[in-house]
Design a protein around this ligand. Structure first.
Ligand code: MG
Ligand code: MG
Length: 255
């Protein structure tokens, strides 16, 4: 299927994106010390269902995974970077929680993620989150007709590196549309002027994943899904689904 969407298709993706944004906002609002990740997953399931949408992650089973993903959202706590499973873990004061949500509405997918502190923030963690949000903003800003994918990747990676953080190795964003993960890959680090041309109607998920310290390495948890930082330090993840339009980047995953 073509990577390029018509304005009508982008309008439909905007509605799917709205469901994702609403779900993330509900989870953020609800997440408190003592809540379990499973509680938050149930809230996400309810919010998505109420909107008439379908979760994109539940039972998602890519070739590299031996078991399908068991949650509606990914909940990644502290050294978990992405793909954390919403289980019975009870949130502690000061935990850094990343929540990733995908949903389908009328056959179109939205995908977004936020990171925030539960309870009392440590300034070091808050700075990591702010840098991740800033790297995402730089990436979105570069999602313009006339740029190349390498320009966008460099905008994200350069922002993260200059701020002194690591980037999750081998992971980045992706094209999105009728499926959650589509062509083209959207790397979080790259060289300006390289890669495919960014053209009108391309819709991509941009998602920096930053780690405290300068190391990019990670390992797979025993649950086979959760990716944890190799240095054991905290990580943050921010994501939006973005359409490249004649009027500039259009964020589809806003409330
Ligand atoms: Mg996501
Ligand atoms: Mg994604």
């Amino acid at each position: 299927m073509s990577m390029i969407k018509t304005p009508e298709q982008i309008a439909l993706m905007r509605e799917a994106g709205r469901v994702v944004a609403t779900t993330l906002a509900a989870v953020r609002e609800a997440a408190g010390v003592g809540d379990t990740l499973r509680d938050l997953d149930a809230l996400a399931a309810e919010t998505i269902a109420t909107a008439g949408a379908t979760p994109a992650f539940l039972d998602y089973h890519p070739r590299w995974a031996s078991v399908p993903f068991p949650g509606v959202i990914c909940t990644s706590v502290n050294d978990a970077v992405v793909h954390g499973i919403p289980d019975g873990y009870k949130l502690q004061d000061g935990d850094l929680l990343s929540v990733d949500c995908g949903a389908f509405l009328d056959g179109w997918c939205g995908d977004a993620a936020i990171s925030f502190i539960v309870g009392t923030p440590d300034p070091v963690d808050q700075a990591l989150i702010d840098a991740t949000d800033a790297a995402l903003a730089r990436g979105i800003e570069a999602a313009r007709i006339g740029n190349k994918m390498g320009d966008l990747a460099y905008a994200i990676g350069g922002a993260a590196r200059r701020a002194g953080y690591g980037l999750l190795a081998d992971h980045g964003g992706h094209g999105i549309g009728r499926t959650m993960h589509a062509e083209p890959p959207v790397p979080n680090d790259g060289r300006p002027g390289r890669g495919i041309k960014l053209t009108e109607g391309l819709v991509i998920a941009i998602e920096p994943m930053l780690i405290l310290g300068r190391k990019d390495d990670y390992y797979h948890d025993d649950d086979e899904w959760t990716l944890r930082s190799a240095n054991g330090r905290r990580a943050a993840h921010s994501e939006h689904t973005v359409a490249i339009t004649a009027d500039g980047p259009l964020i589809l995953t806003l409330p």
